[in-house]
Ligand binder design. Structure first.
Ligand code: NDP
Length: 247
């Protein structure tokens, strides 16, 4: 396996959960990591901790729903570290609900963050990757990119969309640009906090989120894909807790 050492890796949604774990793990493997999210206090604390462990990390406030913000985030990585090698499109939210609850504002937010946020990341990083004819997108979807059930209709729709976008992108880009999709099962993070219905949140936590992967397990999957030789594109990785059988 080629080393991750020295690669410049920007991660959206790095202020908690899976994004934070990816930043910590890839930095421990020698990458220069650029963390983006809206909660800059969290980003500052995580970056300070990475740097005190001997890693190289910087952060920038980022709202992935804003195209210009995403372009500025990616450009910041290039300004500070001279290039960009990998963009991890990780930011996402999962306010589950039944369709007939008509939580239309939550549908819009999921579409804006989970789908448009990824497209903004692609629009921001692809010109850089095309300019040097190399680079890698790692898009974090979910097992919900291939599974749908009651309350996950819109969330799964956003993740199905990112799976389609990832595979289309993979075919359109040059032979030297890689596109990887990592689909986690239930993983420790703050994700369930975005469920606004208290009964549904309780049900989701008790029924679907009792066997959880540590976020580091997803970070290791990302590291596996990033560390392959440049002529190897790991297209998809699905990682579930061993005990997660139903979805
Ligand atoms: P968390 O809630 O812990 O993390 C979500 C991250 O997304 C936070 O850093 C948050 O940062 C960021 N985010 C949300 N909205 C925006 C925005 N508008 N702009 C920038 N960043 C934003 O959950 P996870 O770590 O679990 O989620 C990460 C990804 O993993 C998501 O795409 C999720 O769908 C996916 N996933 C998670 C699973 C799980 O069980 N945990 C299972 C399957 C997939 P901030 O609020 O500071 O902006």
């Amino acid at each position: 396996m080629e080393s991750i050492k020295g690669k410049v890796i920007a991660i959206t949604g790095a202020s908690s959960g899976i994004g934070e774990a990816i930043a910590r793990h890839l930095s421990a493997e020698g990458a220069k990591v650029v963390l983006g999210a809206r909660r800059i206090d969290n980003l500052k604390t995580i970056v300070e901790s990475i740097v005190s462990d001997g890693g190289e990390a910087i952060y920038k406030k980022l709202d992935v729903t804003d195209t210009d913000d995403v372009i500025a985030f990616v450009n910041y990585a290039v300004e500070q570290y001279g290039t960009l090698d990998v963009l991890v499109n990780n930011a996402g939210l999962m306010p589950l609900s039944m369709i007939n609850s008509y939580k239309i504002e939550e549908w819009h937010r999921m579409i804006d963050v989970n789908i448009k946020g990824v497209l903004h990341g692609i629009a921001a990083a692809l010109p850089i990757f095309e300019g040097k004819d190399s680079g890698q997108f790692v898009n974090i979807t979910s097992v919900g990119d291939r599974w749908v059930g009651p309350t996950s209709t819109v969330y799964s729709a956003t993740k199905f969309a990112v799976r389609a976008i990832s595979d289309g992108l993979r075919q359109e880009v040059s032979a030297n640009i890689r596109v990887t999709l990592v689909a986690p099962g239930a993983t420790e993070s703050e994700l369930a906090e975005s469920i606004s219905d208290p009964d549904l949140k309780k049900l989701a936590v008790e029924k679907f989120r009792k066997d959880l992967l540590p976020a580091a397990a997803i970070a290791r999957a990302v590291a596996f894909a990033v560390s392959q030789p440049s002529d190897v594109d790991v297209n998809e990785i699905v990682v579930r807790p061993t005990a997660q059988k139903a979805l």
